[in-house]
Design a protein around this ligand. Structure first.
Ligand SMILES: *Cc1c(COP(=O)(O)O)cnc(C)c1O
Length: 365
């Protein structure tokens, strides 16, 4: 039999989470953000659950081709725009909308020969200081784009640095509103955190929200709020089995570095999942895990192909018992990826994107 580990992609959860984005921003259109191979879920698999979106936003031209190959004829937006002039040929051929965040991208457009003018999103740097035109340069860039025969319509966008945190977005919303005042065109400001936390604030939901992490069932502002708070469902389950059980005596240690030491007799289970499967190596001893749907904890360090779990609450557990590393157990119990990520000092985005190629993936409803 194959090694007992698999990932499940829950298309029903994707559709449910997309509906949560719509409910949070009922007057906006929704970009389903499917960059990074749909946050590790697989573009083709995620598409099955997210096809009700108004458009798909991503970074990679090859991923845009995959979305078109699935038969999607609606909007596709390149969130970082073109990386070189000839990328515009693919934009023309596949009818891709693209972000314009620096002058060279306008130069390339001005040189581009096309019969089909492009839809572009002019990106304003409202304080993130990653991509985008400075507020003072925004109008000139807009006017240049507006004058190009290669451009059909100019929309406006920006990205928030603190939608999930204490600083919030008001300063960036104000900078965006100032810089774009009186300019026509659709607007897109909100990522998942802004959609869930700030969509009621004036101008935030605007014409398009960009729902990334929430679509996959991770709370963007965990631990302040969790999945249940936002009514989201995990779209990915990572599930394995116990392949051994070890009785420990007081004083016995577990795994590399002997970092866990039993202070009384106990049983541990060895799980067919390690960091080479995408489970975070830095998940501390004590990270939550479900065995047969019952919550317990990891013990000791995560190794490449295995990790160990405390079977104290599971006297019946044996080799073959189901282990849910994150997602939904067979009995319906949920372990949010956010909890596991938090125990590893990271955020839910990282482990879901890091699901390893060696893990077989199955699509379920
Ligand atoms: C990734 C990304 C998003 C989605 O962010 P989430 O936090 O996953 O919702 C939105 N906009 C831009 C520009 C992005 O790069």
């Amino acid at each position: 039999m194959p090694r007992p580990i698999e990932a499940l992609i829950h298309t029903g959860a994707l559709a449910h989470n997309l509906a949560r984005a719509r409910a949070a921003a009922p007057d906006a259109k929704v970009w389903a953000v499917v960059k990074a191979n749909a946050y590790g879920h697989g573009i083709e698999r995620a598409f099955a659950g997210l096809r009700g979106a108004d458009g798909f936003a991503l970074l990679d031209l090859a991923e845009a081709e995959r979305i078109r190959a699935l038969g999607w004829r609606g909007p596709v937006l390149l969130l970082e725009g073109c990386f070189e002039a000839r990328d515009l040929e693919l934009c023309s051929r596949l009818n891709l909308w693209h972000v314009v965040h620096r002058d060279a991208q306008i130069d390339w457009l001005a040189q581009h020969k096309t019969h089909q003018p492009h839809r572009v999103f002019l990106k304003l740097n409202s304080g993130m200081n990653r991509l985008g035109f400075a507020p003072a340069a925004c109008r000139a860039a807009w006017a240049r784009l507006d004058a190009l025969p290669q451009v059909a319509e100019v929309s406006l966008m920006t990205h928030f640095a603190d939608a999930d945190g204490a600083r919030g977005i008001a300063h960036q919303v104000a900078a965006f509103a100032d810089a774009t005042r009186d300019l026509p065109g659709e607007r897109s400001l909100a990522n998942s955190a802004a959609t869930l936390r700030h969509a009621q604030a004036a101008g935030v939901a605007a014409d398009w929200v960009r729902a990334g992490i929430m679509s996959y069932g991770s709370a963007p502002d965990y631990p302040e709020h969790d999945l249940a708070h936002w009514g989201l469902r995990p779209a990915m389950t990572l599930r394995a089995q116990l392949i051994a059980v070890q009785p420990l005596q007081a004083g016995d240690t577990v795994g590399y570095g002997s970092s866990f030491r039993a202070d009384a007799p106990m049983r541990i289970g060895i799980v067919a999942c390690g960091y080479a499967d995408g489970y975070p190596r830095h998940a501390a001893s004590g990270t939550p895990v479900l065995v047969d749907g019952v919550r317990t904890r990891t013990v000791g360090r995560v190794s490449m192909d295995m990790l160990a779990v405390d079977l104290t609450p599971l006297p019946q557990a044996q080799p073959g018992s189901e282990v849910t590393l994150w997602g939904v157990a067979g009995n319906g119990a949920v372990l949010a990826i956010d909890e596991v990520a938090h125990a590893a000092g990271t955020i839910g985005y990282e482990p879901m994107c890091a699901l390893a190629a060696r893990v077989p993936v199955r699509v379920v409803d």
